[in-house]
Design a binder for this molecule. Structure first.
Ligand SMILES: [Zn+2]
Length: 183
């Protein structure tokens, strides 16, 4: 960080210190996130709010987890044939997960089914953030754009969705700022 940046008006600081994960949020929200980060309080904030880990360790468990949420909220949507953790997904902006439609021949008919890939950072993320990203990708089964209908689906599945997505972005931002763990 450049110490002098602290004294610059917010918009100049924002230009010098962009927050890619929060690019779509209003400037004052980004400024508060920067303050939290610069004060070294982001980790505490997240740990206090999201203390619970999850037990979804492998692709089999992930599929069951996604399918359970889908059965509860989106039973009528396109069948899901695959849900996996993907270590190659670049976690930036909306590439938190991906969803693709796969056309398969089944019983002599071409049948659409869907595949959901979740970035593998979520394997070790708090339970709430795995739920957030799965809700996001499930909503994409019905709406490909991030429009009002899409977010209505998200809040139907997770009423606190907007706060969760914001905090998830703070989590990714915080995680990226940590020194890489030894391999
Ligand atoms: Zn999306």
């Amino acid at each position: 960080m450049i110490p002098a940046a602290r004294t610059l008006p917010g918009r100049y600081r924002a230009a010098m210190d962009p927050l890619p994960y929060l690019a779509g949020y209003p400037a004052d929200v980004q400024m508060r996130a920067r303050e939290l980060r610069d004060a070294g309080r982001l980790g505490d904030y997240l740990a206090r709010r999201y203390p619970d880990p999850h037990g979804v360790r492998n692709d089999r468990q992930l599929y069951d987890y996604v399918q359970t949420l889908k059965d509860r909220h989106l039973r009528q949507s396109t069948p899901l044939h695959k849900a996996i953790y993907d270590g190659k997904l670049q976690v930036l902006k909306h590439a938190l997960g991906t969803h693709t439609t796969v056309s398969r021949v089944q019983g002599g008919r071409l049948k659409a089914s869907r595949e959901i890939r979740i970035a593998s950072v979520f394997r070790d993320a708090p339970a709430a953030f795995l739920e957030t990203i799965v809700v996001h990708e499930l909503a994409h089964l019905k709406e490909s754009d991030h429009n009002r209908a899409f977010y209505n689906l998200c809040t139907h599945m997770a009423p606190d969705y907007h706060q969760l997505e914001f905090d998830l972005r703070l989590y990714l931002m915080h995680r990226e700022a940590q020194p890489a763990s030894p391999t």
